[in-house]
Design a protein around this ligand. Structure first.
Ligand SMILES: [Zn+2]
Length: 323
């Protein structure tokens, strides 16, 4: 059956209303749920090369949209589109000089992003995808976001969501209501990605991989070879002529052990700057008076460097998307 078969049933159509109800706007877009939007051809043609082409093509999918207006009989050419009225309203709002629409669910964000992409509406796409990337919903429900973006085959957004999934443990118990939104193959790839990222960042906490801790003179965490009451360890970093010895204090080492455990569940930079991971170092009663003076600044500085290193490591890993 023709997908547009019932779109031309004029009796069933409704009008969306303001701001898409100007008489004489010239073009009518009809949504899949039979709602008419009166729009200005020039605005849409400017916003979308796809619409521009559609308007310049023959009248294969056109009919007259005749509506009684205050000034008489108004005619407009109808173009049916497969998007529903909710998506179409948000999409058109993004193209008009209006306040951006409020996209309150992940499903809405996905449908608007997909439509903006399909119609080549670059500014609308950028705005919608940024709304998604900065949304509270992505932070709260990253697995659901990933599942929905996969369903809409939105590659960039699915990758953004997969990365956001690293901010939480990926255990079946923790998935609860998000699970129905992710199909089997998408979940398997997310699982693999999470494990791959976990392995890569946990490796950074192991002494044989301390090469990322480069000698940085002047850094508070350079830990010179001076002796104090705090226990210290010796690590040899680098190879051959680039070898150097590093003497971190016990409180640094204990921080790294806590980071190691925490990263196994939540493999992201924020894990190693979290208060719970840092606080025991700040409260360590075994720290000597000499170290006490700069321990907090030292750990804040080091943990940020560590977090940046973790994020850089994760950026090297790409999820295998299921579509
Ligand atoms: Zn000390």
């Amino acid at each position: 059956m023709n997908r547009y078969a019932n779109i031309f049933q004029k009796d069933a159509t409704k009008y969306y209303g303001a701001p898409f109800d100007d008489a004489g706007a010239g073009i009518t877009l009809r949504s899949s749920d039979l709602v008419n939007f009166r729009v200005y051809k020039v605005i849409l043609a400017k916003a979308s090369p796809v619409f521009k082409d559609m308007f310049s093509q023959g009248p294969a999918m056109r009919e007259a949209d005749e509506k009684e207006t205050g000034t008489g009989h108004d005619q407009s050419t109808v173009f049916p589109v497969p998007e529903d009225s909710h998506t179409l309203a948000a999409l058109l709002t993004l193209c008009y000089p209006l306040d951006p629409p409020i996209l309150s669910t992940l499903e809405e964000m996905a449908s608007v992003i997909a439509a903006a992409k399909k119609y080549g509406m670059d500014p609308a796409y950028k705005l919608a995808t940024r709304t998604f990337a900065e949304s509270q919903l992505l932070r709260e429900r990253p697995r659901m976001a990933y599942g929905i973006m996969c369903r809409y085959r939105l590659e960039h957004e699915a990758r953004v969501a997969a990365r956001a999934c690293l901010q939480k443990p990926l255990e079946l118990d923790a998935l609860d209501e998000e699970l129905p939104f992710i199909d089997g193959r998408a979940l398997r790839e997310l699982w693999r990605y999470h494990r791959q990222c976990t392995a890569a960042v946990v490796a950074l906490t192991q002494p044989e991989n301390f090469g990322w801790i480069t000698r940085r003179p002047g850094e508070l965490w350079e830990f010179p070879q001076d002796v104090c009451r705090c226990g210290r360890l010796k690590y040899t970093i680098g190879e051959n002529q680039a070898r150097w010895c590093w003497w971190p204090k016990h409180w640094w080492n204990e921080y790294m052990q806590r980071a190691n455990v925490a990263l196994k569940d939540v493999p992201c930079g924020d894990t190693v700057t979290a208060r719970d991971i840092l606080r025991p170092s700040f409260q360590d009663s075994e720290v000597c008076d000499k170290c006490k003076g700069n321990l907090v600044d030292c750990m804040l500085e080091f943990s940020q460097y560590f977090a940046d290193t973790i994020e850089a490591e994760i950026s090297k890993i790409a999820i295998e998307l299921p579509f």
